[in-house]
Design a binder for this molecule. Structure first.
Ligand code: ZN
Ligand code: ZN
Length: 332
C-alpha cells in the first residue's frame, strides 16, 4: 500500500481545528506541537514555566482520537505524565516530545482508556536515554469489588502485575536502563470536608491530590502548581466528587475537565453515574474561579454538539472554553 494513512487523519484534525476556531473562542496560547522555524536573527523566547501537551483527547471508543493522556512540561521540559490512554504513544512521537526527563506519573484511575498505554510509554522512556530511571507513580488505591461493583487493583498492585520481576513485562527493569519506581496509592474514598493533600513537593513543584469519584472506579483528582501557574485534572468524574474538585481547583489557571455527556436527558442515564454534564461543568468552573477550561476525553456525542456544550457551560462560566485536540499545547 502506498497510501499514507496519517495524512487523511491529520487533514481531518486540521479541518476540525478550523471548524472549532470559527465556532468558539480559542485562546492565543493554544498551538500545535512541533518545531516552528524562527526568522533569522530572532532569538527563541524562553519556554513557559508550565504548559500542557495533549497526547490523547478521546476515549474509550476508537473514534480517531487517542484516549486520555497529557504531558505536563515544566520550563519546556516534559516532566509529568498524566494518564496513559491507548494511542498516546503515537501522539508522543508525532509531537516530537521526549520522555527522557519524565519521571512523574499521575494516574486518575485505572480504566483501560487511562492506563492501557503504560507499558508502551514506559518502554519509550526506557529507550529515551538519561541513565537510571526512577519513576514516582501516583494513583488510586484499590477496591475489592462485590455487591455489583467491579474490583480494581491498587496502583501499586498494577505496577507489580506489569513490571515486577515476575510481572508481565518484568524484562523491562534492565532492558535499556535500570528502571525502578516508587508508588504512592492515594486514598480514593470521598468523605465530607475532605481537603487536598500534598503528594509531592520539590524544587518549586507542588502536586496535590484529592479523592475523585467515578461510580465504582477508585479515582483521584490532581493539581500541579509550578512557578505561580497551575493546572488541575478532573479525571473521569461524577456528581459525588464535585465538592472535592471545588476544594482542589480553587483559582486554578487551567482546569482540564473530561467531557463525555450532554446535559440530561440527552445522554444514556447510566453515563450520568460516571460523568459530569456541561451545565454542571460550567457552574463548577465559575465557583472554583477557574482561569480557563479545557474539555478532554471527548465523546462523539459531545463532538457533535459542540455549540450546545459551549452554550450550556456559558450559562455558568464566562471564561475561555477550549476543546482538546491530540497534539495541542496549552499554556495556562
Ligand atoms: Zn473511566
Ligand atoms: Zn475514561
Amino acid at each position: 500500500m502506498k497510501n499514507n494513512p496519517v495524512y487523511p487523519r491529520r487533514r481531518a484534525l486540521a479541518l476540525a481545528c478550523l471548524a472549532m476556531a470559527v465556532a468558539m473562542p480559542v485562546a492565543a496560547q493554544t498551538q500545535t506541537l512541533g518545531p516552528a522555524p524562527l526568522p533569522p536573527g530572532v532569538a527563541a523566547a524562553p519556554p513557559a514555566p508550565l504548559s500542557v501537551a495533549v497526547l490523547g483527547s478521546g476515549g474509550p471508543g476508537a473514534t480517531g482520537r487517542a484516549a486520555s493522556s497529557y504531558l505536563v512540561l515544566l520550563d519546556g521540559v516534559p516532566r509529568i505524565l498524566v494518564d496513559a490512554g491507548p494511542g498516546s504513544f503515537v501522539r508522543l512521537g508525532e509531537a516530537g516530545l521526549s520522555l527522557a526527563r519524565t519521571d512523574i506519573v499521575l494516574l486518575t484511575h485505572l480504566h483501560i482508556d487511562h492506563v492501557g498505554e503504560l507499558p508502551g510509554l514506559f518502554k519509550a522512556r526506557a529507550v529515551a536515554g538519561g541513565g537510571p530511571i526512577k519513576f514516582r507513580v501516583f494513583g488510586p488505591d484499590g477496591r475489592r469489588g462485590g455487591g455489583g461493583a467491579a474490583a480494581y487493583p491498587s496502583t501499586s498492585r498494577l505496577m507489580h502485575l506489569l513490571f515486577d520481576q515476575q510481572g508481565a513485562f518484568g524484562y523491562l527493569r534492565d532492558f535499556s536502563a535500570p528502571l525502578s519506581w516508587q508508588v504512592t496509592d492515594i486514598a480514593s474514598a470521598v468523605k465530607p470536608g475532605l481537603l487536598p493533600r500534598v503528594a509531592l513537593s520539590e524544587g518549586g513543584l507542588k502536586i496535590t491530590a484529592i479523592a475523585g469519584h467515578h461510580r465504582d472506579a477508585p479515582s483521584v483528582i490532581y493539581r500541579i502548581d509550578y512557578a505561580g501557574k497551575s493546572v488541575t485534572f478532573s479525571g473521569d468524574l461524577d456528581a459525588e466528587a464535585l465538592a472535592d474538585l471545588r476544594a482542589i481547583a480553587g483559582g486554578t489557571d487551567l482546569l482540564v475537565f473530561n467531557s463525555v455527556v450532554l446535559d440530561p436527558p440527552r445522554s444514556p442515564p447510566v453515563l450520568y453515574t460516571l460523568h459530569t454534564p456541561p451545565k454542571t461543568i460550567g457552574e463548577l468552573a465559575r465557583d472554583a474561579g477557574v482561569g480557563r477550561l479545557l474539555l478532554g476525553h471527548l465523546s462523539p456525542a459531545v463532538e457533535q454538539a459542540r455549540d450546545e456544550v459551549v452554550r450550556s457551560i456559558a450559562q455558568g462560566y464566562g471564561g475561555t472554553v477550549t476543546f482538546a485536540t491530540d497534539g495541542a499545547l496549552l499554556v495556562p
